[in-house]
Design a protein around this ligand. Structure first.
Ligand code: ES4
Ligand code: ZN
Length: 319
């Protein structure tokens, strides 16, 4: 039995497996610039975040209808459940779809067809977090927030993702203020490729409750002290860090030192179809390569529920 865990850092578009990409391409008459899954597979060698994002956005072209988003989410939920995920807080990128001409409603309704039945069908409770693309303008993010207002009964929070360097959190100050005023929870990617100062800014300017990645905090001891003191959860993604060359090898990952320092770490999969594994695979990898013992793995799983946006009574029921 895999350890029960919550997944807090998962881009639903990043769960698009090559086989499903080709199936949806055929269903929708979308032409992919790859002959088959073998040829596509060769495109999964990434240099950095941007080289991954290029493929990630390219393959999204196959997602066209509510049913596509439903199938995508159901495929993820089934895989996650098999790896012990009992609760998933799922990111999606509205602008990546609306800029291709899709309606926001197609995305949200399609995802909801799967998420609405997830507890019954997969034994996984869910929350939906919409992310703003930080390499798009703040105006576009604000327009996206406004367009999402009819769907806010289905959306728990907002996040910030895509190309980090050169797009500091402060760019989205007003958007996050407006999101908070709507009662939305707030998270943001920070300190993946960007500097530790972006983590501080996400906390102080955007008011985030969790930091996605947050890996580069280790370069700033004063920031680590603060994150420990304030018990700010970090949603780490070890296999993602290896594939995007944020760390040299998994053996070099600072997770053990971060746990020893008292940081509230969680282990997540980010974009599992691209980075070589789902949540359980990430747990297995850190156990095998970083030598984390049972107690540490249980701490990671416990942290994942404590850092989730489940209410206290729901949290007890999940475990
Ligand atoms: C992402 Cl790994 C990562 N970082 C930033 N933005 C993203 N969107 C999807 N995956
Ligand atoms: Zn991410």
């Amino acid at each position: 039995m895999p350890l029960p865990k919550a997944e807090l850092h998962l881009h639903i578009e990043g769960t698009l497996e090559p086989e499903l990409a080709f199936e949806l391409a055929a269903r929708n008459g979308v032409e992919l610039p790859y002959a088959d899954t073998d040829e596509l597979g060769k495109a999964y060698q990434f240099e950095d975040l941007q080289s991954f994002l290029n493929l990630y956005y390219e393959l999204m072209a196959v997602l066209r209808t509510e049913r596509d988003f439903e199938d995508l989410a159901n495929a993820y939920l089934a895989r996650a459940a098999a790896q012990g995920v009992r609760h998933a807080e799922i990111f999606f990128d509205p602008q990546a779809h609306t800029k291709r001409g899709l309606e926001l409603g197609t995305v949200v309704e399609g995802l909801w067809r799967a998420l609405g039945g997830s507890e019954a069908n997969h034994g996984v409770s869910t929350r939906l977090i919409m992310c703003f693309l930080r390499d798009d303008s703040a105006e576009s993010a604000m327009a996206t927030l406004r367009a999402a207002e009819p769907y806010l009964d289905r959306i728990t929070g907002v996040g910030l993702d895509s190309a980090e360097v050169g797009h500091p959190p402060v760019k989205f100050r007003e958007v996050y203020e407006a999101a908070a005023a709507l009662g939305l929870r707030r998270v943001a990617h920070a300190g993946e490729e960007g500097p530790p100062a972006y983590i501080t800014e996400a906390l102080d300017v955007l008011g985030v409750e969790r930091v996605d990645h947050g890996l580069r905090c280790v370069e700033d001891p004063a920031l680590v002290d603060r994150l420990v003191r304030e018990r700010v959860p970090l949603t780490l993604c070890p296999l993602s860090n290896v594939r995007l060359r944020t760390v040299d090898t998994l053996a070099d990952h600072p997770l053990p030192a971060m746990l020893d320092a008292g940081l509230v770490c969680t282990v997540n999969s980010d974009d599992p179809a691209y980075f070589g594994g789902y949540a359980g695979d990430n747990f297995d990898a850190v156990r095998a390569t970083l030598g984390l013992d049972r107690e540490r793995l249980r701490e990671l799983a416990r942290n994942s529920f404590l850092a989730s946006f489940l209410e206290d009574d729901e949290e007890r029921r999940e475990r």
